[in-house]
Design a protein around this ligand. Structure first.
Ligand SMILES: O=C[C@H](O)[C@H](O)[C@H](O)COP(=O)(O)O
Length: 222
């Protein structure tokens, strides 16, 4: 059973004619963008804004009309994946490195709908290392400040190269273990000079759509 796909396709049912839609990033958001592409071909009229270069290219190839922030007032619904979802619908995001654009788009949206398979549901956030986007200049000093907050930080590498985000920054994956107070940690991280933003999405999610192995789908709302 493609648990990511069933959750993604269910979430697309919330998209209506005339909406401005935020397109998430990752292997789950991929299915939502595919489904939106089919619906656009069938006549659905939407305008979309993407959270990564990767999602933008996918949407363009599928014929989904893309706009920039200057061309729209507000985003009606953003559909995006997550790496962890807790019982308050707080999230860890950024496993694919897109957290900053994802947070900008989510913050500009009336509703954030998160799509996950059941493996992403957790009691408490923090088993998944928290991605933190930092400025390359002086990154060694910024990483030291991150470790002072009690985590084990790792500068993200891909194919033996330092990973660079769509915004030209680095990602540090911070292993905190249990995150007891997501809002406090979020605030502490973003106070560090050199940190651009972090993958904690606190009180931003309206609805989570979960796909299960047995083909069931459940939805949680805030
Ligand atoms: O940076 C990537 C995003 O936050 C993704 O939405 C997140 O990592 C989940 O990705 P996936 O749906 O591939 O598990």
């Amino acid at each position: 059973m493609d648990t990511k796909r069933i959750a993604a396709e269910r979430a697309v049912d919330y998209i209506q004619n005339g909406m401005n839609v935020g397109l998430g990033t990752g292997s789950t958001a991929y299915w939502a963008i595919q489904k939106l592409g089919s619906k656009v071909k069938e006549g659905l009229r939407i305008k979309a804004i993407a959270t990564s270069v990767q999602s933008e290219e996918l949407a363009r190839n599928l014929g989904i009309p893309l706009v920039s922030f200057s061309e729209m007032n507000e985003i009606d619904i953003t559909i995006d994946g997550a790496d962890e979802v807790d019982q308050e619908l707080n999230l860890i995001k950024g496993g694919g490195g897109a957290l900053l654009r994802e947070k900008i788009v989510a913050a500009a949206s009336k509703q954030l709908i998160v799509i996950v398979d059941e493996s992403k549901l957790v009691k408490r956030l923090g088993t998944f290392p928290l991605p933190v986007e930092i400025i390359p200049f002086g990154h060694e000093a910024t990483i030291k400040k991150l470790s002072d907050l009690g985590c084990v930080p790792r500068l993200r590498q891909v194919d033996n190269e330092t990973y660079v985000t769509d915004n030209g920054n680095y990602i540090v994956d911070c292993h905190f273990g249990n995150i007891e107070a997501p809002q406090d940690l979020h605030n502490q991280l973003n106070l560090i000079t050199g940190v651009v933003d972090n993958g904690l999405f606190v009180k931003m999610t309206r609805r989570v759509v979960v796909g299960y192995q047995d083909g069931e789908i459940s939805e949680f709302e805030k």
